[in-house]
Design a protein around this ligand. Structure first.
Ligand SMILES: [Zn+2]
Ligand SMILES: [Zn+2]
Length: 123
């Protein structure tokens, strides 16, 4: 039997990037994008789709100086209302969704003097 290089056994597939439509060769089964740039674009797309689904209705406009990266935090998981909070604070990875809401909403109360629970009762 003939010896083949190991490379030969790695299946390579030609795929089409679902963002820009460019063809690319990969051996990664799940790869859908030709480049990091396209992957980033796709992430923004899903984020926007999520926003659209839930709605995006700022209760307060962003008044942070532009040196501060800001995220819009949804004060409730199925309501469209959002409040600008610093991105660092918003993206703290602390496990579950519940603690995300608790921490972010506590901060909203501290900073804007808005009690989210009171607010939701009024709605
Ligand atoms: Zn692409
Ligand atoms: Zn949030």
């Amino acid at each position: 039997m003939q010896e083949y290089g190991l490379r030969k056994y790695v299946p390579r597939k030609s795929k089409t990037c679902i963002i820009c439509g460019k063809h690319f060769i990969t051996n990664q089964y799940q790869k859908k994008y030709c480049s990091k740039k396209c992957k980033r674009k796709a992430n923004t797309k899903t984020q926007n789709a999520k926003r659209e689904k839930r709605g995006f209705d700022p209760l307060i406009s962003n008044h942070f100086p532009k040196e501060i990266d800001v995220d819009f935090h949804h004060i409730h998981f199925n309501l469209p209302f959002v409040i600008p909070i610093p991105k660092d604070l918003h993206q703290q990875k602390n496990g579950n969704v519940e603690s995300h809401f608790r921490i972010a909403n506590e901060w909203v109360e501290f900073y804007y003097d808005i009690n989210v629970n009171d607010l939701l009762e009024v709605c």
